[in-house]
Design a protein around this ligand. Structure first.
Ligand SMILES: Cc1cc2nc3c(=O)[nH]c(=O)nc-3n(C[C@H](O)[C@H](O)[C@H](O)COP(=O)(O)OP(=O)(O)OC[C@H]3O[C@@H](n4cnc5c(N)ncnc54)[C@H](O)[C@@H]3O)c2cc1C
Length: 396
């Protein structure tokens, strides 16, 4: 229970971050209203990798068991050299990894993960889910905060959390409009039925083929009924976009230099969706009075560390914890939350930029990459990932 009276919170955006925040806050006694712009609450048809830290967060949010049920437990993270076809390195993520980090590394369909959070929000008496409401602005008031939506409706509460993704309207107002940083990278996504996946690539692994200026990732999904495929390459596109239709010709033309064994996989999908990726430079403040940001609205990142959604769930854990620790004082809670989250979340953002460069290395840089990663032992990898997978989002 927060403070004396029931505190109320508006969450703008019902993605993985927004639903996690709603759940975390409701479990601390807040009455939460989630405003989602889409016709229905849902997620795109694609896979996602989740580290042990995401399971720590799900456990805190009371959905760990449900989350574990929809995940696929791969046993290796493999990096292949797309030019030579040889393995560069692999990280075993079987029992010793799970024991060390107290939770597994897994892959899951986004809609299944989102569905777990959605079911838990629907089952909670203090979460109200509202569709077809696109938030356009916020205002701090004498006693709380309110948002206005595109339809002209106004929703008022004690506090507002902007979970409205990479193009957040709440962030735009809060920061005065900081620019999206174009990566020049385009990601194509497809999900294949298992029988369309070449048999010699049906590995129980998240596999990354690193090629010059391109890389692709595949892993099993949905109880091995499907395979997720993401093909990313460098271009000179000058806009950021998401979930646009893509063409097979474009994707194939960018992977001319990788071995046929891997390239043939890109010929399989009959339908591709494409994302033109962007992130934002770190900022030092996410909070304005009783309004704060969470997930991609706060720290949009490239996908190369496979941590954007994990960080959004961790944010929700930390936010709920700080709201509980500062009963009745949302501003203090939000300042404490952002102080706790900024370094960790932006470490992911900056590390992801570096990983993107490493995946796309060519020439001598490729040789250095292969030599450095190839010399690492499982413990070397585990030690370098301790800060991330060992964390709970609550430290600090
Ligand atoms: C190719 C690719 C691969 C990825 N792989 C991984 C991975 O393996 N692991 C991982 O952890 N992360 C991954 N990510 C990152 C992850 O998808 C995001 O970090 C995560 O979805 C962020 O969640 P969010 O809730 O903050 O934002 P979003 O998922 O963007 O959700 C925002 C929600 O708010 C709604 N909304 C937007 N604007 C408004 C508004 N004005 N009013 C009301 N509602 C609004 C949207 O409709 C949406 O429902 C990947 C991303 C990409 C592009």
């Amino acid at each position: 229970m927060v403070g004396q009276a029931r505190a109320s919170v508006i969450v703008a955006g019902g993605g993985i971050g927004g639903l996690s925040a709603a759940l975390g806050l409701a479990r601390k006694g807040c009455k939460v209203t989630v405003l989602e712009q889409a016709e229905v609450f849902g997620e795109i048809g694609a896979g996602i990798q989740i580290g042990p830290n995401a399971f720590h967060a799900m456990d805190y949010l009371g959905v760990g068991e449900q989350g574990r049920k929809v995940a696929v437990y791969i046993d290796r993270l493999v990096m292949m050299d797309g030019k030579s076809g040889e393995e560069i390195a692999h990280i075993p993520i079987d029992e010793p990894f799970r024991k060390r980090f107290r939770n597994p590394y897994a892959v899951v369909h986004r809609a299944d993960l989102h569905g777990v959070l959605l079911d838990a929000c629907r089952a909670h008496a203090d979460v109200t889910l509202v569709n077809r409401q696109r938030v356009v602005s916020y205002e701090n008031t004498a006693s709380g905060a309110k948002v206005r939506t595109e339809s002209g409706d106004v929703f008022e509460a004690d506090a507002v959390i902007g979970c409205d993704g990479v193009r957040s309207k709440i962030r735009e107002q809060l920061t005065g409009g900081d620019a999206l940083r174009l990566s020049g990278h385009v990601a194509y996504r497809a999900v294949l039925p298992i029988d369309k996946m070449p048999e010699d690539l049906r590995w129980n692994a998240a596999t990354l083929w690193a090629g010059p200026k391109c890389h692709m990732v595949h892993y099993p999904l949905q109880g091995w009924k499907t395979f997720n495929l993401v093909a990313t390459f460098v271009t000179d596109v000058n806009h950021v976009g998401s979930n646009e239709p893509g063409t097979r010709e474009e994707v194939l033309s960018r992977f001319g230099d990788i071995v046929p064994r891997a390239r043939k996989l890109l010929e399989v999908p009959t339908e591709w969706r494409r994302w033109v990726l962007g992130d934002r430079d770190p900022i030092e403040n996410w909070t304005d009075g009783r309004v704060t940001l969470l997930g991609d609205a706060a720290h949009p990142t490239h996908q190369y560390f496979a941590q954007g959604a994990c960080m959004a769930m961790e944010d929700a854990v930390c936010l709920a914890d700080r709201v509980e620790k500062h009963p009745g004082d949302f501003n203090a809670a939000f300042v404490s939350y952002q102080e706790n989250r900024i370094v960790r979340a932006y470490r992911v953002v900056l590390s992801s930029r570096m990983l993107g460069k490493m995946y796309h290395a060519e020439g001598v840089e490729r040789k250095i990459r292969n030599s450095v990663l190839g010399a690492k032992s499982p413990d070397d990898f585990y030690n370098s990932l301790e800060w991330l997978y060992g964390g709970t989002g609550l430290a600090g």
